[in-house]
Design a protein around this ligand. Structure first.
Ligand code: NAD
Length: 509
C-alpha cells in the first residue's frame, strides 16, 4: 500500500503513485528497476518510480545527439530566456516542490524550500550569464593577426547526484550547462526519485511550450548500473558527479581513463574554529545550524568544532543546552528543527560510528541514541574528543555527530583543520584582522570554502562551490564555473597578405 494520497501537493507536481523514471528526450518510459520512495519519518512507501533499462538509456543518448545541433544553434541569450522561464516555473512550484524535498529526504520544509530557491537563483544567474559569457581578445605578436578565445559547448553532459540535495545540485548543473549550449542527462539518487521526476517534468513543460528539443534534458533513474553506463560513455565529454568520495574515486578513474572531464563534488569533513576573541553567541548559533541542519547530512555540515581553551567550558555548556532544546520530529511540521535520517543505512552509520568514537576516547555529552518508533530518528549528538587527530576524525560520518575539541594556538587549530583528507568547507570565528587574513591566506584553511564569522554550511550560488583534496576539486554554481561546461578554442586569424610565423621563425621555400 502507498501513502501517496496523504500528500496532495504531489499531484500538483504531476506525480502519480506509479511513475516513469526515464524521460528519453521524446517520451516518458521506464522498464528498469523499481525504486520505492519512502518517507523517512515513518518508513511508509509514498510512491514508486520505474527506472531506465540500458536500452532506454541508449535511446536517450541517441535522442540527445539528434537534438544537439538545434540546441547549440540557438543564440545564447535565447537559451538564457528559456532558463528564465524555467526559473519562473520553479517559483510557481516552490511550495509543493519544497515540501516534496522535505518529505522524501527528511529535511525540514524551510530547508526544502531553500533548495528550490537555489534553483531559482541559479536560473537568474544563468540567464544573466547568457548575455555576458565571453572570451578574451589577446594581442597577437604577428602583424595583421587577431587572436581570440571562443567558448563552445561540450555537447552532452552527464549529471549524477546524491540523495541529500536531490534538486538543487541538479539545478546548479543543468541551468549553467543549458545556457552554455549543452544537453544534460541526469541520474538522480534512487532514494529521491520523485524529486528527480518532478524537476524533469517542470523543465520539459517549458521546453515543450517553446517548441524546442525536449532532449535538452533526459532523465535515466537507476543505480550504479546506469551511473556506470554514463561514466564509461565517451559520448559524455563531462560527467558532473556529486556523492561520496568512495564512489567519486571510481567515477574519476573511469572518466579520466577515457580522457573525459569531471566535476567531482565529494565528501566533506568540515571544521569551525572559535578563537579567544570570537563573538560566542554567533559561534553558538552558527555551530548549531551547521551541525544539526539536514540532520547532519549536508556535505558542508559541521563535524569538528575547535574551541579556544579560554572559551571551551562556557561554550560547551551552552551548546549542550542548545542541543537539548532542538525539536526533533516530522520535518513537515513547522517548529521542527531536525528531521529523521534519510535511511536505515544512515542509522547504522550513526550507531557504528558512535561505537568507534567511544573506543577512540570520545565522550558523549548529549544525544547518542536511536529514537524509538517507526521512523529513522536519532538524537543529535555532541562528543568531546581529547585527541583531534583520532583516526575516526579522518572520516566523514554523514550523521548528526559533532566533535568538540580544545586548542590554545591558532596555528595549531589550522593544522588540525587541514589534517583531514577532505577539503570542502571551514569557518573561523574571530574579531582579529591578523587571524582573519592568516585564515584566508596561503597558510590558512586548505578548503574550497573558507568562511569567517559564519558557519561552514549554506553557501550562496554566486560563488564557485566545491572543495579540494578528497572532496574532488570540482567547482559548480557561480563565479567562472561555467568554463567547465565548455571547451575553449584559441583562434588566431590572419587578415594580412603575408604569413609571418610566431617566434620570428623563418621558413622560406
Ligand atoms: P553515493 O556516492 O552513495 O551516491 C551518489 C550517486 O552515485 C547516486 O546517484 C548513486 O546512485 C550513484 N552511484 C553509486 N555507485 C555508482 C557507480 N559505481 N557509478 C556511478 N554512479 C554511482 O552518495 P550519497 O549517499 O547519495 O550522498 C552522500 C554523499 O554525497 C556524502 O559523502 C556527501 O558529502 C556527498 N555530497 C557532496 C556534495 C558536494 O558538493 N561536495 C554535495 C552533496 C553531497
Amino acid at each position: 500500500t502507498f501513502a501517496f494520497e496523504k500528500y496532495p501537493f504531489l499531484k500538483e507536481l504531476g506525480l502519480q503513485q506509479t511513475n516513469h523514471g526515464c524521460f528519453d528526450g521524446e517520451k516518458w518510459t521506464g522498464n528498469g528497476k523499481t525504486f520505492l520512495s519512502v518517507n523517512p519519518t515513518n518508513n511508509e512507501v509514498i510512491a514508486e518510480v520505474k527506472g531506465a533499462t540500458p536500452e532506454e538509456y541508449e535511446v536517450a543518448v541517441q535522442n540527445m545527439n539528434k537534438a544537439k545541433a538545434e540546441w547549440v544553434k540557438l543564440p545564447l541569450p535565447r537559451r538564457g530566456e528559456i532558463v528564465r522561464q524555467i526559473g519562473d516555473a520553479f517559483r510557481k512550484h516552490k511550495a509543493a516542490l519544497g515540501r516534496l524535498v522535505s518529505l522524501e529526504v527528511g529535511k525540514i520544509v524551510a530547508e526544502g524550500e531553500g533548495e528550490v530557491q537555489e534553483i531559482i537563483d541559479i536560473c537568474d544567474m544563468a540567464c544573466g550569464l547568457s548575455r555576458s559569457l565571453n572570451g578574451q581578445i589577446i594581442p597577437s605578436e604577428r602583424p595583421d593577426h587577431f587572436m581570440m578565445e571562443q567558448w563552445n559547448p561540450l555537447g552532452l553532459v552527464g549529471v549524477i547526484s546524491a540523495f541529500n540535495f536531490p534538486t538543487a545540485v541538479f539545478g546548479w548543473n543543468f541551468m549553467i550547462a543549458a545556457v552554455c549550449g549543452n544537453l544534460t542527462m541526469w541520474k538522480g539518487s534512487p532514494s529521491t526519485s520523485l524529486c528527480s521526476v518532478a524537476c524533469t517534468k517542470i523543465i520539459i513543460d517549458i521546453l515543450e511550450q517553446n517548441n524546442l528539443p525536449k532532449a535538452a534534458l533526459t532523465l535515466c533513474m537507476g543505480e550504479a548500473d546506469i551511473g556506470n553506463l554514463m561514466v564509461e560513455d565517451k559520448r559524455f565529454p563531462l560527467i558532473s558527479f556529486t556523492g561520496s568520495t568512495q564512489v567519486g574515486r571510481i567515477v574519476s578513474e573511469k572518466v579520466s581513463k577515457r580522457f573525459g572531464k569531471t566535476i567531482l563534488e565529494l565528501g566533506g569533513n568540515n571544521c569551525l574554529i572559535v578563537c579567544e576573541d570570537a563573538n560566542e553567541e554567533l559561534a553558538l548559533k552558527a555551530s548549531c545550524f551547521a551541525a544539526v541542519g539536514t540532520c547532519g547530512q549536508r556535505c558542508t555540515s559541521l563535524r569538528r568544532l575547535l574551541i579556544h581553551s579560554s572559551k571551551y567550558e562556557s561554550l560547551k555548556e551552552k551548546l549542550v543546552k542548545a542541543y537539548k532544546s532542538v525539536v526533533v520530529g516530522d520535518p513537515l511540521n513547522s517548529g521542527t528543527l531536525c528531521g529523521p535520517l534519510h535511511s536505515k543505512a544512515q542509522i547504522k552509520i550513526y550507531e557504528d560510528g558512535l561505537k568507534k568514537i567511544q573506543e577512540q576516547g570520545g565522550k558523549i555529552l548529549t544525544g547518542g541514541k536511536v529514537m524509538d518508533g517507526p521512523g529513522n530518528f536519532v538524537e543529535p549528538t555532541i562528543v568531546e574528543m581529547a585527541n583531534p587527530y583520532a583516526p575516526i576524525l579522518q572520516h566523514e560520518l554523514f550523521v548528526p555527530i559533532l566533535y568538540i575539541m580544545k586548542f590554545d594556538d591558532l596555528d595549531e587549530a589550522i593544522a588540525i583543520n587541514n589534517s583531514v583528507p577532505q577539503g570542502l568547507s571551514a569557518s573561523l570565528f574571530t574579531s582579529n584582522l591578523q587571524n582573519l587574513f592568516k585564515w584566508t591566506g596561503p597558510l590558512g584553511a586548505d578548503t574550497g570554502i573558507v568562511n569567517v564569522n559564519i558557519g561552514p554550511s549554506g553557501a550562496e550560488i554566486g560563488g564557485a562551490f566545491g572543495g579540494e583534496k578528497e572532496t574532488g576539486g570540482g567547482r559548480e554554481s557561480g563565479s567562472d564555473s561555467w568554463k567547465q561546461y565548455m571547451r575553449r578554442s584559441t583562434c588566431t586569424v590572419n587578415f594580412g597578405k603575408s604569413l609571418p610565423l610566431a617566434q620570428g621563425i623563418k621558413f622560406d621555400l
